[in-house]
Write a protein that binds this ligand. Structure first.
Ligand SMILES: Cc1cc2nc3c(=O)[nH]c(=O)nc-3n(C[C@H](O)[C@H](O)[C@H](O)COP(=O)(O)O)c2cc1C
Ligand code: SF4
Length: 466
């Protein structure tokens, strides 16, 4: 067993295949010396011996799923750009702010050259002439390490004009975000790069692949997605798809927090590893802390509907998790044991999303705040039974049809596969409601015990926070 204090939370245990964290065992994993000593830039060199189309086919053939949240295959996304429209850009999403998620930070701190090499491979394959690396503002070490690695890569001829003596040229521009959660949404990130307020754009009709940064075709990919490419180019599609399952090949990084004996970031085999393996396996989290029992867990970042012990055997396979009523999202699992006060846990998450609303859409701006305020008074013991129905009613205005409320017999709340129906431009609105809905679905008794049995709705003014 090895834990690396310099990798802050990363745990390497067991004999599993490692694709993106293989270098983490070295204390100097972020230096170009270590990178060269461990096959660094061999993937780029292999790519440059092939045509861009061949490299693109390889990424498509390996079904490299996006690791930023939606799980869309990278090769397919690159193919959505209109042909013959140039320049076209790659934007690297290193904004990582989803509650519970802290894997991309480790990749940037511990292996920045791997990310840079991944960017170069993507740029070569998809004909991208400039890369914008957007790193969250609160990650100074990641910024420092990526900046140093970038200077080293320029000096060594991996980035810039005529890379390694070929006619392939690309520049990588580092941009430091200012710390807004919503800027992780790809179109808000593009707005932010353009120097505007970081607010999501309405889509459809135009996705970034068609009209993105500066109105040009743009690919937005997550840090972990791109970090997979050097290994893929070195080892080939067959080796990549030999790990995991047909629809979820390779590995993925998962950040586990909360009430487990050993929280941390783990690189797990995609598709086959189950939540039970992760939470109770010896090589992973080693069970619930202090001998307590599992009450619930959030399977894919704070936006995801919660699972209970009944879903422990769901594997890390997007479609299965979707059919079970949630999502794998950004690879963050938050665990709650039987000592957890559920209404308070729901409030903590809802408060975050209400605070992070950019304010463009009324259901998110007002609805998120209302959810938070009503939940606050329930948690404080000032709520009524009618407040519980009101929470569902507010949720209905954000996610219509998904969450039948009081009209439904016995509040028959149903788990519905993703995506949500929503009245908002982006997913922040539904994210404010997901914890409330999950908590009320599974643990309504804890709310009932908190509220006065008042049949009529009280009219308590709700104060806006914006
Ligand atoms: C509110 C919101 C926040 C998001 N935050 C991030 C983020 O921090 N990092 C990320 O990679 N994707 C984030 N996403 C998903 C991105 O919009 C986009 O799908 C992703 O960067 C695409 O990369 P991938 O295809 O490689 O996963 C967020 C989405 C939403 C709606
Ligand atoms: S859903 Fe919320 S965060 Fe997203 S665009 Fe609308 S107001 Fe902004």
């Amino acid at each position: 067993m090895a834990t690396y204090p310099w990798a802050a939370g990363y745990v390497d245990d067991g004999d599993r295949p490692k694709i993106v964290t293989a270098r983490f065992e070295h204390e100097d994993s972020y230096t170009i010396t270590r990178y060269h000593a461990t096959e660094g830039y061999a993937g780029l060199k292999a790519a440059l011996t092939r045509t861009p189309g061949e490299v693109h086919d390889e990424v498509r053939g390996a079904t490299v799923l996006g690791r930023g949240g939606a799980g869309f295959p990278a090769g397919t996304k690159w193919g959505l750009m209109p042909p013959e429209k140039y320049p076209r850009y790659l934007v690297v999403n290193g904004d990582e702010s989803e509650p519970g998620t802290y894997k991309d930070r480790l990749l940037m701190e511990r292996d920045p050259h791997q990310l840079i090499e991944g960017c170069l491979i993507a740029a070569y394959a998809a004909g991208l002439s400039q890369v914008f690396l957007y790193i969250r503002g609160e990650m100074p070490l990641a910024h420092e390490r990526v900046a140093t690695a970038l200077n080293e890569a320029y000096a060594a001829g991996y980035v810039g004009k005529n890379i390694l003596g070929t006619d392939f040229s690309v520049d990588i521009i580092l941009h430091w975000g200012a710390g807004a959660y919503v800027v992780g949404e790809e179109t808000a990130l593009i707005e932010s790069l353009e120097g505007k307020r970081g607010e999501p754009r309405l889509k459809p009709p135009y996705f970034p692949a068609a009209i993105g940064l500066y109105g040009q075709p743009t690919i937005v990919n997550n840090v972990e997605t791109l970090s997979n490419l050097p290994w893929l180019l070195r080892n080939g599609v067959a080796a990549y798809t030999a790990i995991g399952t047909e629809t979820s090949p390779g590995t993925r990084m998962v950040a586990v927090s909360g009430h487990v004996a050993r929280p941390g970031v783990f690189e797990i085999v995609n598709g086959t590893t189950t939540f039970r393996d992760l939470l109770f396996g010896d090589e992973f989290c080693q069970g619930i802390r202090d001998g307590n029992s599992l009450k619930a867990f959030v399977p894919g970042g704070g936006s995801a509907p919660w699972f209970t012990p009944e879903q422990l055997d769901v594997p890390f396979e997007g479609r299965v998790a979707g059919a079970a009523g949630s999502m794998l999202g950004s690879g963050a699992v938050m665990v709650m044991d039987d000592t957890t006060d559920i209404p308070t846990a729901a409030l903590t998450l809802t408060r975050f999303y209400a605070h992070e609303s950019c304010g463009q859409c009324t259901p998110c701006r007002e609805g998120g705040t209302w959810l938070m305020r009503v939940l606050e008074r329930v948690v404080e013991g000032q709520g009524t039974r009618a407040d519980l129905d009101q929470l569902l009613e507010i949720g209905e205005s954000i996610c219509p049809g998904k969450f039948p409320h009081a009209a439904n017999s016995a509040l028959g709340l149903e788990a519905t596969p993703f995506p949500y129906k929503m009245t908002t431009i982006c997913f922040v609105g539904p994210s404010a409601y997901a914890p409330v809905h999950s908590a009320l679905t599974h643990f309504r008794d804890e709310f009932e015990a908190r509220v006065a049995d008042t049949p009529a709705r009280r009219q308590i003014p709700v104060t806006a926070v914006h």
